[in-house]
Design a protein around this ligand. Sequence first.
Ligand SMILES: NC(=O)c1ccc[n+]([C@@H]2O[C@H](COP(=O)([O-])OP(=O)(O)OC[C@H]3O[C@@H](n4cnc5c(N)ncnc54)[C@H](OP(=O)(O)O)[C@@H]3O)[C@@H](O)[C@H]2O)c1
Length: 292
Amino acid sequence: MKIVITGGRGQLGRDCRLVLAPGHTVHAFGSGDLDIADEQQVENVVRRLQPDIVINCAAYTAVDACEDDRQRCRRVNGAGPGILAAATADTGCKLIHVSTDYVFDGRKSLPAAYTEDDPVSPLSAYGASKLAGEEAVRQNNSNHLIIRTAWLYGMGGRNFLKTMLRLAVSEPRRTIRVVDDQFGSLTWTYRLALQINHLLDSDLTGTIHATAEGYGSWFDGAGRFLRAMGVEHSLEPCATADYPTAAPRPANSILENRRLKKHCLNRMVSWEDDVERFAREFRGPLLAEARQ
Ligand SMILES: NC(=O)c1ccc[n+]([C@@H]2O[C@H](COP(=O)([O-])OP(=O)(O)OC[C@H]3O[C@@H](n4cnc5c(N)ncnc54)[C@H](OP(=O)(O)O)[C@@H]3O)[C@@H](O)[C@H]2O)c1
């Protein structure tokens, strides 16, 4: 298949390229080569390459900065996916679009997980813009698959686990306070890329959830990762209220991969296993990056 990846230099974009390139003709574009909110650029790429599938990994993901720069946030996360959807619909191409747990308000009683049918109600500008992106995709290309995921980490960008490692490595005696009352599933971008690869052979459309299995708090995630990395650390749990951020976060970010399971397509594994595998496989480069 001929596949175009947008946001190709981000965490998920890089792993999608890595996983898909051996079996497909892949064209991955960074933001400098293809701005998804530029109608002309998008049309040119889609018309020239005539892909079978476009995978949109591009987004403005700085959740707190989105509160201040709402225009950029709406442009990239809301308008961009609509432009991609319209351009792909014109050529009969499928659009796989990546969305987020932040479309939910997280008020569902723990430990119940959100399913694809639960009502959306974003808390933040980022969440609202991602919801607008989902709606624009649905309106403009019926041949779409919207994949909601959460709490991503990978080698190809900044993320929570790398931040924890950097803090632990730079100040081994410091006690790091980590939020322990938000729950979700740390999801490895490489695993999600494998899941996307698996979905290329299916004709599944609509909206699905795809996160790692099981759940924990940020505190649980940090502990699991730093132990697996074998670095000295001291963690202390804290509440969301002790760590104020510009954008409110859902307390419950747990998504259930209900549709994937119903169609026997779920390839996601436990978050603990993947965090440990990530630490094992990338210990050297992760430590080198943390020490920079
Ligand atoms: N990170 C998470 O925890 C998380 C959780 C749930 C869902 N998601 C969703 O998962 C997807 C992938 O996330 P990620 O963590 O891989 O994000 P990421 O590492 O921040 O990568 C996003 C990429 O999009 C690019 N981009 C920004 N504006 C663009 C534009 N106008 N046109 C084209 N590219 C643009 C960025 O390039 P520049 O850096 O050059 O701007 C960046 O390389 C996104 O849809 C995100 O909303 C992420």
